[in-house]
Design a protein around this ligand. Structure first.
Ligand code: GA4
Length: 306
């Protein structure tokens, strides 16, 4: 069904609540491969279950993150640069969100975490989601290029200098008219997202038409295609704009693992996928464009070939 939103800051937008993202069972690998490729072409988003990330590891990091965000503001500010509140990026974008952004290729400290429990929970989580990301990337490459594709994508993140990041977000409950995180595509290869069962994520299936992503099943990871994977599949997979709306009834918490290559890695289309739509570039070059632009920009246009 298509409903017109009454929401003043989200303007008069259409919300479609009859589209469900596919829930893909990773136990059945050949089925999963086909379903994932189809979902990446159609929505740029899917959910995975039986993903192999132990529930204990997920619960631990979620509990620590809840504890961190429940601390008083000044104490969180002490966490310094990894902690941010409302300001998104460097060009004046804002949202009703507080967050921790952690670079996963170098050791980090969270000054409020005297016992190091949070850090250990994060490290265990990153190790587990990294494996899952490699697994998904290998299946996707095989689905698109056949077995000759090998580990073309997962190899990028096996590089110890890969630029993957972990972002923990907290969207306090509030006025539903407010945007927690404005519309954007993820710049990286793929994103693996967990949420605390509170809705808010919406994806843009076509201009001005938003689909709310239901946060169930609870055990699932929501996976989405980033701009780099779009380039590498020569536009066959779509990196789709998404955003997060504030919920009135409960705070939303999410943990996103953004899979990125090393800064020096060259990004270009995988072999056998036709005439390239984009020129080759390094991830460092793309990241630079990402941080000099605004959140909602369609940065890939800058790299499109005539
Ligand atoms: C969107 C995806 C990730 O959250 C993120 C964001 C980054 C940031 O918050 O620092 C950016 C945004 C994201 C894309 C455009 C730029 C950079 C904010 C912003 C305005 C961590 C990322 O990699 O790109």
């Amino acid at each position: 069904m298509v409903v017109i939103s009454q929401n003043p800051t989200m303007k008069m937008e259409k919300i479609r609540d009859d589209i469900e993202l596919p829930i893909i069972n990773l136990c059945n690998r050949s089925e999963a491969m086909k379903e994932m490729v189809k979902a990446c072409e159609e929505y740029g988003f899917f959910k995975v279950i039986n993903h192999g990330v132990p529930q204990g590891i997920i619960s631990q990091v979620e509990e620590e993150a809840r504890g961190f965000f429940a601390k008083p503001g000044p104490e969180k500010m002490r966490a310094g640069p990894p902690y941010g509140c409302k300001n998104i990026g460097l060009q004046g974008d804002v949202g009703e969100v507080e967050y921790l952004i952690l670079q996963t290729n170098s050791p980090f400290i969270i000054p409020t975490d005297e016992s190091n429990k949070f850090r250990s929970a994060i490290n265990a989580y990153v190790e587990a989601v990294r494996k899952l990301a490699c697994d998904i990337l290998d299946l996707l490459v095989e689905g698109v290029c056949g077995s000759e594709g090998g580990s073309a994508l997962s190899r990028l993140m096996r590089d110890s200098e890969n630029d993957s990041i972990l972002r923990l977000n907290h969207y306090p409950a509030g006025e539903v008219s407010k945007i927690g995180f404005g519309e954007h595509t993820d710049p990286q290869i793929i994103t693996l997202l967990r949420s605390n069962g509170v809705e808010g994520l919406q994806i843009s299936v076509q201009d001005g038409l938003w689909v709310p992503v239901n946060p169930y099943p609870d055990s699932a990871f929501c996976v989405n295609v980033g701009d780099i994977l779009r380039v590498m599949t020569n536009g066959r997979f779509v990196s789709v704009k998404h955003r997060v709306a504030v919920q009135a009834y409960e705070s939303r918490m999410s943990i996103a693992y953004f899979v990125a290559p090393a800064l020096h890695a060259t990004v270009s289309c995988l072999p056998g996928l036709g005439l390239p739509l984009y020129r080759s570039f390094t991830w460092g070059e793309y990241k630079q464009a990402v941080y000099t632009g605004r959140l909602a920009d369609t940065r890939l246009n800058l790299f499109a070939l005539p």
